[in-house]
Design a protein around this ligand. Sequence first.
Ligand SMILES: Cc1cc2nc3c(=O)[nH]c(=O)nc-3n(C[C@H](O)[C@H](O)[C@H](O)COP(=O)(O)OP(=O)(O)OC[C@H]3O[C@@H](n4cnc5c(N)ncnc54)[C@H](O)[C@@H]3O)c2cc1C
Ligand code: FES
Length: 281
Amino acid sequence: MFSIVEHETLAPQVHRMSVKAPIIAQKCKPGQFVILIVDERGERVPFTVSGWDPEAGTVDFVYVEVGDTTRQLGAMEVGDSLAHFVGPLGLPAQIDHYGHVLTVVSGYGVSAIVPILKALKERDNRITTILQAPDPQTAFGREPLAAVSDRLILAAGTQGENAATSATLPIRELLAEHPRKSIDRVVLMCSICLMRVVSEMTRPYDIKTMVHLTPLMVDGTGMCGACRLTVSGANRFACVHGPEFDGHKVQGWDVLMARRCTYADDSLLQQGFQCRGCSQW
Ligand SMILES: Cc1cc2nc3c(=O)[nH]c(=O)nc-3n(C[C@H](O)[C@H](O)[C@H](O)COP(=O)(O)OP(=O)(O)OC[C@H]3O[C@@H](n4cnc5c(N)ncnc54)[C@H](O)[C@@H]3O)c2cc1C
Ligand code: FES
């Protein structure tokens, strides 16, 4: 059993949980994730690690309440235990000295990106972060983001009404100044729609653009094929080959988006699919 040592609410339906898991805390790297099961009848659900403390033996993640398991998590208290907590899973994010890194985050990505940005800062990168949120009031996690960014831009739009548009405005302005004020790398941990849009925006400039893809996962170890996607014509599993991928090499975004939303709304699978504002991701 894995005990919950901290549990706090960051915004409506958004929480941070800290779990005692000493072995995972020793091994975690930025960009990796865990899979937990709440109780013996529970489902396996993945969460990106947003922090860890090897000395205290704790692992943190931030989650959004969207369905049964995340609501069940929301009702748990400090001192309660999770039946299973497995990790770290997935490949760590690529970290090197690139120069100026532009990052775009939304939803739980606001917190889950922090270890990646911290590691990029340690390699002397200059970081511009765009935080996409439905509105300024519900934009959580600004302070930790600001601490690892040289510049933080809040892009707040109305949820469901072209929320992605507001993040694309500052991106367009920054791209207009490239290469005079160069952008050397882009890292995206936001809604799948926004990751797709930004990847297309940076493609003509040939700026390496890394996306953090989170298709539905079952085992998280490359065995079930649930998280399959196509990258440069080859089959890849997000759980073992990712979750970070080169956004310019990802193929079949439509399929990814439709599969991601399979349980959200059947109509998303029909032709003429229209985004209904899943920018919470
Ligand atoms: C590698 C990885 C890392 C993730 N990291 C985080 C994280 O740090 N914080 C966080 O809040 N969530 C994260 N997710 C998404 C999280 O796993 C789902 O929100 C969770 O499984 C939903 O479970 P549920 O039973 O509450 O909802 P369900 O009833 O299973 O689903 C409710 C809604 O959530 C959608 N959903 C389910 N799974 C996913 C998914 N994998 N990606 C996107 N939408 C999904 C469904 O389509 C549906 O609309 C991650 C997913 C992956 C694959
Ligand atoms: S979750 Fe089963 S292969 Fe990735």
